[in-house]
Ligand binder design. Structure first.
Ligand SMILES: Nc1nc2c(c(=O)[nH]1)N[C@H]1C(S)=C(S)[C@@H](COP(=O)(O)OP(=O)(O)OC[C@H]3O[C@@H](n4cnc5c(N)ncnc54)[C@H](O)[C@@H]3O)O[C@H]1N2
Ligand code: MOO
Ligand SMILES: [Mg+2]
Length: 424
């Protein structure tokens, strides 16, 4: 007789999985290799910025008080005593009525209190001496970037747990972090199961299909920030599959399989979990696709039995595996961020389970729409290429109509939300 499984709500399934967080070790990488990694230590300013009083303009630096009384018809004149390009430090002690010609980014001489842009100055040469005159009063501090005005020494600029993006890299470089401490990427093993599977480079044979889940899941692992370790595909044979999984488990933090988790004659994962002595956390979730998603644990390691059906496999990964990888990376923002969007298309049929329709966001006339893409079936692979969101349609007695405001989960972002499944 077929096994009857009890579906549990998604929130509960996620809670059960999250009881097995990954350790999150730390390693040092070079700044060049640090893109997309997660900071394991806060990024502190190691000196003030700017580190010295800096000119924001190409112009002339002098004492502001020397311009007192300057007017359109009564300019004041300075003798230019030095040219100061960026990178050069003037050692000349600037006196009254003297100015330096200074470039953007150069250190302003200590005695100068302002910078006048070229555009407000008139330069001229007389008796082989250079002069500049100005027809307006300047204030002390005008056009001066004070040392430390952007940030002070020791200030925490980015907290641990932040993904290293181009802006963070600019800060790492600014403060001399040629080596960066980041969380280790979790090692995620993958097996595809199914005697019907043939490799990507094999010609198509009647009754067989190419293994698309392995490539897809490996890519999802990379997108989530983990290191994929693909062990190949397994034929639907209990003993061989068990042996292969047992050996692979030693090498990884988490092991994913695709296929073989439902109730078919060759759905062997339930028997493999039993043979491994694994504890099944759940084997049915009240969601579609991905209802057969099964998660088990053995010796503290999680085994994710994702569905063989491509769309179900995809959704199961994003909802359950991604947060475990993100958590292992040291960020608390583990779940796909949730936002609201207006539904395009009708989903009239009521469904007892929560549905995750594959879709994309469309911006029209200042509004955000959730546009389903492709065929909304668990076994479909063609809709996934365009998928950037999961449109969450709650289960119940009513369907959903075009124009309904619905939750959508964003998939193609480094951002995350710790509260996607808890906040209401
Ligand atoms: N009697 C029942 N039958 C099914 C149930 C059920 O509750 N009662 N659940 C259905 C649901 S829902 C899903 S989802 C699928 C899940 O099946 P499995 O996870 O056991 O996966 P398989 O049987 O191995 O394969 C399903 C389907 O996916 C194709 N597949 C498998 N692996 C790959 C791969 N690596 N790349 C591409 N496609 C793959 C496979 O050929 C099958 O077509 O069960 C329903 N049945
Ligand atoms: O596990 Mo299935 O994806 O609900 O069609
Ligand atoms: Mg099956």
């Amino acid at each position: 007789m077929v096994e009857r499984r009890t579906p549990i709500p998604i929130e509960e399934a996620i809670e059960r999985v999250m009881k097995y967080p990954l350790g999150g070790g730390v390693e040092a990488v070079s700044i060049e290799e640090s893109d997309g990694r997660v900071l394991a230590k806060p990024l502190l300013a190691t000196h003030p910025v700017p580190p010295f009083r800096k000119s924001p303009y190409d112009g002339f630096a002098f004492r502001a008080e020397d311009t007192k009384g300057a007017l359109e018809n009564h300019p004041v004149t300075f003798r230019i005593v030095e040219h100061v390009p960026a990178g050069h430090v003037s050692t000349y002690e600037l006196g009254r009525g003297e100015a330096v010609r200074i470039m953007t980014g150069a250190k302003i001489p200590d005695e100068a209190t302002c910078v006048a842009m070229f555009e407000v100055c008139q330069e001229y040469v007389q008796d082989e001496e250079e002069y500049v005159s100005i027809k307006r009063e300047m204030k002390a501090g005008q056009n001066v970037m004070e040392a430390g005005s952007e940030t002070e020494d020791g200030q925490v600029l980015v907290g641990a747990g932040k993904v290293i993006n181009p802006g963070v890299k600019a800060l790492l470089a600014t403060f001399g972090y040629s080596v960066v401490h980041v969380y280790k990427k979790p090692r995620i093993g993958v097996f595809a199961t199914g005697t019907e599977l043939i490799d990507v480079d094999a010609p198509l044979v009647d009754g067989k299909i190419r293994n698309s889940n392995a490539s897809m899941v490996v890519s999802q692992i990379k997108r989530a920030g983990g290191v994929p370790i693909y062990f190949g595909s397994l034929r639907d044979e209990l003993h061989q599959s068990y042996e292969s999984m047992k050996v692979a488990l030693e090498e990884v933090d988490v092991l994913i399989t695709t296929g073989g988790v439902s109730v078919g004659d060759f759905d062997l994962l339930p028997a493999i979990y039993e043979k491994l002595g694994a504890k099944v956390l759940f084997n049915k979730v009240a969601m579609r696709p991905g209802s057969v998603t099964t998660v088990a644990s053995v010796d503290g390691k999680l085994l994710f039995g994702l569905s063989g059906n491509p769309s179900a496999c995809y959704a199961g990964f994003e909802l359950f595996v991604r947060p475990i990888i993100r958590g292992g990376l040291g960020t608390s923002a583990i779940h796909p961020p949730k936002t609201l969007a207006t539904l395009k298309g009708d989903f009239g049929k009521a469904n007892p389970f929560t549905r995750f329709v594959r879709g994309k966001l469309v911006l029209q006339e200042g509004r955000v729409f959730a546009q389903p893409v492709g065929i909304d079936k668990s076994g479909v692979v063609t809709s996934l290429a365009e998928t950037t969101i999961l449109i969450k349609l709650h289960g119940g007695t009513r369907g959903h109509q075009e124009g309904d405001v619905v939750d959508v989960l964003l998939l193609e972002t480094d951002e995350g939300d710790p509260h996607t499944w808890t906040a209401h």
